[in-house]
Design a binder for this molecule. Structure first.
Ligand code: HAX
Length: 428
């Protein structure tokens, strides 16, 4: 089977021609209407962005290239990256070639370590990850080739070069940040015999005699890989990359969006929520105690982290995958039991409150309890796991954007005065 580069080089001319044909023939057709509410409240559901890597179906959850994520849980993240970019699962040779390519690129330059070590030790790990990603960019092939006058048709190849280098290095950087931020000792070197996620797991230094933590890392990296194009981190990365900033700028910007509590930081807040219950009740509470606790949170004006979603209207299949993993690996762990109990209690409470459009758990509700079980107790680090995984999707999306010659993103804004005039005129 073709290598990733070969397969993309085969696919891209046809895809490009197809899209240009669609634009030429149907460019004036309307895809969506925008209401005043949508324009003033986050552009929800406005069909206005092309993304071929994945889509989120309100009732089925994440579909990667049309395949439900629940059918991909045994795949390696490297296979998923190939799949996101091409729509094909690589065979053994193509996978090996991609893994070898990543290994060759994995060495992190010393000057990046200098940057990582210069960031304040108490800084949030997401800030450190974003800074380190940005600092890797001084070697950007995209930037160098752009400055040399690269043709538009070749942008994707230079973007792919950067994407592979960034992916190869991120686990080392993220693991080093973990060890430095929580004073766990020296960096652990990469082991070239391991796959991408298992290597990340071993570099964290988490004891793993049965290989279960490595299994969790593979699952984690696969489940968080992508979530279509309109979520805050993907959209941010898409906008930055559309200016022809290099992929390091774009992914670092995407990470900055992911660091918000309504997005990727929710996994940190979920564990804090569960640990708060554990502390208050000195273990798992009764269902009645759990319910009262949730009402106290809601009545104090806070949200229940890990529940609700801007698009999904069912239990997130990624939550289900983590939940099943927990039931197999640590069914009696008290923190996991609180997550398990939450699945019974919280949807009912949110339904009664009547505000959330989706009362079911999202991906973040249970992942922290599993990490905690393996001794990764530092919840402030959890969004970094999400970021390392989501880099797969951000990078696949931006390589395809450049391949499809997608131009600068530039929606039109308007002042409130214009909106008032528009409303008055349409009322007449
Ligand atoms: N607990 C309490 N109230 C909630 C809620 C929750 N879990 N989820 C939604 N609501 C409330 C909203 O705050 C909103 O209230 P107001 O009208 O008072 O503002 C109302 O229900 C309607 O919100 P919605 O339309 O159902 O949800 P949104 O699309 O606006 O927001 C969020 C989606 C995910 C941000 C929201 O459900 C939330 O805040 N959940 C908790 C935080 C969380 O789990 N975030 C992670 C999401 C997954 C992700 O992106 N990870 O990266």
């Amino acid at each position: 089977m073709a290598t990733l580069h070969e397969r993309l080089a085969e696919n891209i001319p046809g895809l490009r021609k197809e899209l240009q044909g669609i634009i030429k023939q149907h460019g004036a057709r309307k895809l969506s209407e925008v209401t005043v509410e949508q324009a003033c409240a986050g552009l929800r559901s406005v069909h206005s962005l092309l993304c071929d890597t994945s889509e989120v179906d309100p009732n089925r959850g994440l579909l990667v290239r049309g395949t439900p994520i629940s059918e991909l849980t045994n795949r390696l993240p490297e296979e998923i990256f190939y799949f996101l970019l091409t729509g094909d699962i690589p065979d053994a040779d193509a996978l090996k070639s991609l893994q070898n390519d990543l290994r060759k690129r994995a060495d992190v330059p010393d000057r990046v370590w200098t940057v990582v070590n210069a960031v304040a030790e108490e800084a949030h790990p997401m800030r450190m990850t974003s800074i380190a990603t940005l600092s890797l960019g001084t070697e950007s092939v995209f930037r160098r080739r752009y400055d040399e006058g690269m043709k538009k048709e070749e942008y994707w190849e230079a973007a792919l070069e950067d994407a592979l280098t960034l992916l190869a290095r991120l686990p080392q950087i993220a693991a080093a940040i973990y060890r430095r931020r929580y004073k766990l000792g020296r960096r652990i070197p990469s082991d070239p015999k391991l796959d991408w996620a298992a290597d990340y797991a071993q570099m964290l230094g988490v004891p793993d005699p049965k290989g279960e933590f490595a299994r969790l890392m593979r699952l984690y990296m696969t489940l968080h890989c992508d979530h279509e194009g309109g979520n805050a981190s993907a959209f941010t990365s898409h906008v930055v990359s559309s200016t022809l900033s290099d992929p390091y700028y774009a992914v670092s910007a995407g990470f900055n969006a992911l660091a918000g509590p309504l997005h990727g930081l929710a996994n940190q807040e979920c564990l804090e929520f569960v640990l708060g219950i554990h502390k208050k009740f000195k273990g798992a509470p009764t269902e009645d105690e759990y319910r009262d606790y949730c009402w106290d949170v809601l009545n104090s004006g806070r949200v229940i982290p890990g529940y609700g979603h801007a698009v999904l209207r069912v239990t997130d299949p990624r939550f289900t995958a983590f939940h099943q993993f927990g039931k197999l690996v640590c069914p009696n762990d008290e923190v996991f039991r609180i997550v398990d109990m939450g699945y019974k209690v919280i949807p009912e409470v949110l339904k009664k409150q009547g505000k959330a459009k989706n009362t079911w758990p999202n991906v973040d509700a249970g992942s922290g309890a599993l990490l905690y079980h393996f001794g990764v107790t530092q919840a402030t680090y959890y969004t970094v796991f999400f970021a390392v995984s989501r880099a797969l999707g951000l990078l696949a999306q931006l390589v395809l954007d450049r391949a499809m010659l997608i131009p600068l993103t530039r929606p039109k804004s308007f002042p409130t005065a214009w909106l008032k005039t528009f409303i008055n005129q349409s009322d007449v």
